[in-house]
Design a protein around this ligand. Structure first.
Ligand code: ADP
Ligand code: ZN
Length: 757
C-alpha cells in the first residue's frame, strides 16, 4: 500500500520537496519542503529534523525520495540535516521496500532492520580524541623563557610536544602532570593548538590474532574455487547468481570462502560473510581477521552500542572491505558489493522472530540479485529449499564430499536403541552402557568428549507421585522445568521463576519425582559416573556473563577439561582436534514436535554434532541414543548421507504440498480474550479465502503454546504454490488495515515461517 502521491515526471519539474518516513510505525510517508538554504544538499537515505504533528520538538525523519513540491500551502519545511549522517545507499533502500512488501510488515519496520539501533537512534556519537600541537617552535621558545621556573608541568608539556606532536591530554597528563585546564589555558594564550579527531572503538583491542596465508587447496576445494571465480568474472545475465557449496564438516569450506574473498578484493569489490549466532563461533571471526586484518568489520549483537556504531561507520566510510556477522550484517552499507557468503545456510537462526520476520539467507539472494553480487550458500546439511533450487538448476552446485585431509575420516556413528537398555525396574537409564564404556576409554587415553543434550535444566518437570499434579507456569501453556542448582522452577517460554515445591500444593503430598532430564542433570550424573573427569557445562544457564563462553572453550582447547556438556550452543562450528567422542544423550528430543521440519532439523543437528568428533588424526566416534533407531533422520545421519535423507523427505513434502514445493506462512493472532480473537480472525480468514479460492488455509486453531505471558495465541497456516504479487499486496493491505481498525487483537503474518509454535 502506498500513500505517496503520484508524480508525473514529463517536464522534469524541480525536486524541491521530500517524502519522509517518521520513526513511528505509521506505514505512511509525509511530505516536507526543502528550504532554499538546504537545496542541493539532501539525498534519499538521509536523516533530517522536522516538526511533526502539533509537537514543537523536532523529530528525526528518514528521507525516502525527492519530489516536486506538492501544490499545498500548509507544507512545513525541513528544519535541518541531522549531523553524523548515516546515509543508506539507494540499493539498500530498495531492499527495504522489498522486505516490507514480501514479509508483510510496515516500511518503518523494514527500515529498522537496515540500520542498527545504535546508528538509527543518533544517540551514539563517534568517540573524539583531542590532540595538542605547538602553534610554532618560536612561540614555544618565547613562552618557555618567560615561564622560567614557575610551572614545571607546563614547561614539560611543551617540551614533550616538541618530540611528540599530536599527543593526547591523557598522555601529556601521565608524562608531565599537566591538567586539562592548564592545557586549555595554553591554547587560549596561543602557545598550543588543539584538534579533535574520531577514533574507532575496537572490539578486538584485547585479541592477538595471528596472520595467516592462503593454504594450498585440495582437489575439491580447487574445483569449487574455480567455479566461484568463473561465476564472479564471467557470469551472464541468464546464469544463476547463487552457488550452493555443499561440503561435509571439515571439508574446508572456510578456506574456500577466504580465497574467494581474496579474489573479490583484487577486483576492488566488497564482501559480506554471514555466520549464525556469531557470538558462539568466535573462531570464525578470528579466521577472517587472521587473513584480512583491518579490512574486516564485525557486526553482531555481542558488541556494545558504541562498537556497533563504529563498525557500521567503518563500512559506511569505506575503510573496511569485508563485513562478518550474524543476520544483520547482511545490511552492511557497501556500495560495491561483489560477494555474499551465507555459512551454514540451513541454520534457523537466520530467520528473525520479530518484525520484520525476514530470512537472511533469502534476503541475501535478493540483495545479490539487486546488486549483481554472487551469493554462496555453504552447508554440510543444506535445507530442502536450497537443495531443491540446486537440483532444478536455479542455483549452481559445488560439492566437497570428503574431509580436506584424507587421513581425517568421518566419524563412526553408532546408534543405541534405548528401549533395549530398560532395566528390571522398567526405567530407562540416562546413559547407555556403551556410552559409559566409551567415555571411560577416552578418559584413560587422555582424549576429550562432548556430551550433547538439547535441553537445559535438571529435569523436564516435577510431578507429585500421589495425585499426579505437575506444576506449570500461570501465564504460559508450559510446565515448569526444575533447576536444581537454584532450587527453582523456571518457565522456558517467559523466563518466570518460582521456588521449587517440596510439598504438592494440590494434595499436600511430599513425594515429588523428577521426570525427564536436562543438561544440569547430565552434569551431576557425569560427576558420579566419572569422578576423576574434569567437567564443564555450557548452556544459557551457565553462560550468564560475556566472556565465560570463550573462557570455557579455551580451557577445553588447552586440555584442562575432559568432558564438555552442552545444548546446541556446542553443536556448531567448534573445532577441537582432541575430541574423539560425541555422545548424543537423546536424539529424539525434536522429533516429536508439531513441525513438518522436525525430521530435517534432527538430521541437521545430528550431522552437525557428529561433525565435532574426530577432527584430528584419531578417528572419531559418535554415540546416538534413541528410542526410534529406524527413523530416517537418524539412519541417514549415521551414514552421513544428505542425499539419502533428501530422497526420503522430498517426496513427502511434495505429497503434502509443503516447502520447497509450496510457500508456507502462518497468520498469528494474539490477545487477552479468546472469543474476540476467534471472531476477528475467522472474519479475516473468510475474507482471504473468498478473494483467493485456490489458497489452502488451515482451520483457525490455538497455537501449540496456547498462552504466552498471559496472552492467548491462535494461528492458521497458508499454503500457496506460487504467490503472485497481487496476493502479497492484498495480504499486506489487510495487515495494515487491521493495525488501524482492530485494537485488542494483534495480527501478523510470519511469511515463510520456520517456527510452528
Ligand atoms: P568446514 O567449514 O568445512 O567444516 P573448515 O573450513 O573449518 O571446514 O576446516 C577445518 C580445518 O581444516 C581448519 O582447521 C582448516 O584450517 C583446515 N583446512 C582446510 N582446508 C585445508 C587445506 N587445504 N590445507 C590444510 N588445512 C586445511
Ligand atoms: Zn511462562
Amino acid at each position: 500500500m502506498s500513500n505517496e502521491p503520484e508524480h508525473t515526471q514529463t517536464n522534469a519539474p524541480e525536486l524541491t520537496a521530500v517524502s519522509v518516513l517518521m520513526n513511528l510505525s505509521l506505514d505512511k510517508t509525509f511530505d516536507y519542503l526543502i528550504p532554499p538554504r538546504l537545496q542541493g544538499q539532501i539525498v534519499p537515505g538521509m536523516k533530517v529534523n522536522v516538526l511533526f504533528g502539533n509537537s514543537r520538538k523536532p523529530r528525526q525523519a528518514h528521507v525516502v525520495k525527492l519530489i516536486p513540491a506538492p501544490e499545498r500551502d500548509d507544507l512545513k519545511e525541513i528544519l535541518s540535516i541531522c549531523d553524523e549522517q548515516p546515509v543508506i545507499p539507494d540499493s539498500l533502500s530498495r531492499l527495504g521496500t522489498w522486505i516490507a512488501d514480501y514479509y508483510c510488515c510496515t516500511k518503518e519496520q523494514a527500515l529498522r532492520a537496515l540500520l542498527p539501533a545504535a546508528v538509527r537512534s543518533g544517540k551514539v556519537k563517534s568517540r573524539k580524541e583531542r590532540a595538542y600541537y605547538l602553534a610554532s617552535p618560536e612561540e614555544a621558545a618565547n613562552y618557555l623563557e618567560k615561564l622560567g621556573k614557575r610551572s614545571p608541568a607546563r614547561a614539560a608539556a611543551i617540551q614533550t610536544l616538541l618530540l611528540h606532536p599530536g599527543a593526547s591530554p591523557e598522555l601529556l597528563g601521565a608524562l608531565t602532570g599537566i591538567t586539562s585546564a592548564q592545557l586549555g589555558a595554553l591554547v587560549k594564550s596561543g602557545v598550543l593548538t588543539m584538534a579533535e579527531h574520531n577514533v574507532d572503538r575496537d572490539p578486538f583491542r584485547n585479541a592477538t590474532i595471528l596472520q595467516t596465508t592462503p593454504l594450498p587447496l585440495t582437489g575439491d576445494q580447487g574445483a569449487a574455487l574455480d567455479r566461484i571465480r568463473q561465476m564472479l568474472d564471467h557470469r551472464s545475465e541468464h546464469d544463476p547468481h547463487v552457488l550452493l557449496l555443499h561440503g561435509v564438516t571439515c571439508s574446508g569450506k572456510t578456506e574456500v570462502y577466504l580465497q574467494a574473498i581474496a579474489h573479490v578484493l583484487e577486483q576492488g569489490g566488497d564482501a559480506i560473510v554471514l555466520v549464525p549466532e556469531i557470538s558462539l563461533t568466535p573462531q570464525t571471526v578470528t579466521r577472517f581477521r587472521g587473513r584480512f586484518g583491518e579490512q574486516v568489520s564485525v557486526l553482531h549483537s555481542g558488541l556494545t552500542d558504541g562498537e556497533r556504531h563504529d563498525e557500521w561507520m567503518k563500512v559506511h566510510r569505506g575503510t573496511v572491505r569485508i563485513a562478518v556477522g550474524a543476520r544483520s550484517a547482511l545490511f552492511a552499507p557497501f556500495r560495491n558489493l561483489k560477494l555474499i557468503i551465507v555459512d551454514e545456510e540451513h541454520d534457523s537462526s537466520y530467520k528473525q522472530s520479530e518484525a520484520p520476520r525476514y530470512h537472511a539467507r533469502d534476503v541475501a539472494v535478493v540483495r545479490g540479485q539487486m546488486e549483481h553480487a554472487l551469493v554462496i550458500l555453504g552447508s554440510a546439511t543444506p535445507s530442502l529449499e536450497t537443495w531443491h533450487n540446486a537440483e532444478t538448476g536455479k542455483y549452481a552446485l559445488a560439492s566437497m564430499p570428503k574431509r580436506w585431509d584424507p587421513d581425517i575420516v568421518l566419524p563412526n556413528v553408532e546408534i543405541v536403541d534405548m528401549r533395549l537398555e530398560i532395566k528390571e525396574d522398567q526405567r530407562m537409564p540416562t546413559f547407555s552402557k556403551m556410552l559409559i564404556d566409551a567415555v571411560h576409554s577416552r578418559l584413560t587415553r587422555g582424549e576429550q568428549c562432548i556430551l550433547f543434550l538439547n535441553k537445559r535444566g535438571y529435569s523436564r518437570q516435577l510431578e507429585c507421585t500421589a495425585c499426579g499434579y505437575i506444576p506449570s507456569c500461570s501465564e504460559c501453556s508450559m510446565t515448569y522445568t526444575y533447576h536444581k542448582h537454584s532450587e527453582s522452577m523456571i518457565c522456558h517460554l517467559c523466563g518466570a521463576a518460582v521456588r521449587a515445591f517440596t510439598v504438592c500444593p494440590q494434595c499436600g503430598g511430599t513425594e515429588l519425582k523428577y521426570k525427564g532430564f536436562g543438561t544440569e542433570k547430565i552434569e551431576i550424573l557425569s560427576q558420579k559416573l566419572f569422578p576423576s573427569a574434569r567437567i564443564a557445562r555450557m548452556d544459557s544457564d551457565t553462560m550468564t556473563k560475556p566472556g565465560l563462553y570463550e573462557k570455557v572453550l579455551s580451557s577445553f582447547r588447552r586440555g584442562d577439561l575432559d568432558i564438555l556438556i552442552g545444548t546446541q550452543m556446542i553443536a556448531k562450528g567448534l573445532d577441537f582436534p582432541n575430541v574423539t567422542l560425541v555422545g548424543v544423550i537423546n536424539a529424539d528430543m525434536g522429533l516429536f514436535s508439531p513441525d513438518f521440519r522436525a525430521h530435517e532439523r534432527t538430521f541437521q543437528l545430528l550431522a552437525q554434532v557428529a561433525g565435532r568428533a574426530g577432527r584430528g588424526v584419531v578417528p572419531g566416534q559418535v554415540i546416538v541414543q534413541t528410542v526410534v533407531p529406524d527413523n530416517p533422520a537418524i539412519l541417514c545421519a549415521k551414514h552421513h548421507s544428505c542425499e539419502d535423507f533428501f530422497a526420503e523427505e522430498m517426496p513427502i513434502r511434495k505429497e503434502l504440498a509443503l516447502p520447497p514445493f509450496a510457500h508456507f506462512s502462518i497468520l498469528h493472532f494474539e490477545g487477552d480474550d479468546m472469543l474476540e480473537i476467534q471472531t476477528h480472525a475467522q472474519e479475516l480468514l473468510d475474507r482471504i479465502q473468498n478473494h483467493f479460492p485456490q489458497l489452502e488455509i488451515s482451520p483457525l486453531a490455538p497455537a501449540p503454546y496456547e498462552r504466552i505471558k498471559g496472552k492467548y495465541r491462535y494461528m492458521a497456516a497458508l499454503r500457496i504454490a506460487r504467490p503472485k504479487a497481487s496476493f502479497r499486496k492484498y495480504l499486506r493491505e489487510e495487515a495494515m488495515a487491521w493495525r488501524k481498525n482492530v485494537k485488542r487483537v494483534e495480527f501478523y503474518v510470519d511469511v515463510d515461517a520456520l517456527s510452528m509454535l
